[in-house]
Design a binder for this molecule. Structure first.
Ligand SMILES: [Zn+2]
Ligand SMILES: [Zn+2]
Length: 178
């Protein structure tokens, strides 16, 4: 079973969309009640949260995806969309830089789709996938929102073949944004 752990306030329609869609992909998904984002992970100088600090404070009894609307950074990276334990249990994504408003747009569907891509990417790491050189594959590393928008929300055939040794997933359905 996969659990989703909101950290502080997180857009409820994005959460609902992720819960519904990820449960179609991976099977059962449970939405946990929101908890406070760990304050000790905040860097006052940078005005960002240190993602690795949050990651290691997430529950680890199940595979868990933490979600925050705060901006995050990691070592040697100005910002980060997400981080995961490779072959581990925990992953975290930030919706901060996925918001269309940040780029002068308004598009709820786009916001949900970007969130799904980042969640799928981090789950890929949890299930052992590394970055993929295929720019359309969700496991391609996003340097910017343009990379995120260019890639598909699904794993490419090569990544699917690797994943299938570890878990059964379902990608044969159309997304519903309502
Ligand atoms: Zn990655
Ligand atoms: Zn791939």
């Amino acid at each position: 079973m996969i659990t989703i752990q909101p950290l502080g306030f997180v857009n409820s329609s994005v959460l609902k969309f992720l819960e519904k869609t990820l449960s179609k992909v991976f099977g059962k998904v449970k939405m946990l009640n929101p908890i406070e984002i760990p304050k000790e992970c905040y860097n006052k100088l940078r005005r960002q949260y240190f993602s690795t600090c949050i990651l290691f404070r997430l529950p680890s009894n199940n595979i868990t995806l933490g979600i925050t609307e705060h901006d995050m950074y990691a070592n040697n990276l100005n910002f980060i969309f997400g981080e995961a334990e490779l072959n581990g249990k925990r992953a975290i994504i930030s919706l901060y830089r996925l918001k269309p408003e940040l780029y002068g747009q308004k598009d709820d569907g786009l916001f949900k789709l970007r969130s799904l891509k980042e969640a799928m990417h981090e789950f890929g790491h949890v299930f052992g996938l590394k970055h993929c050189e295929n720019k359309r594959c969700v496991m391609y590393f996003s340097n910017s929102i343009f990379d995120t928008d260019f890639k598909d929300w699904k794993y490419c055939q090569k990544c699917r073949a690797l994943l299938s040794k570890k878990i059964n997933i379902n990608l044969e359905f159309d997304l519903e944004f309502d």
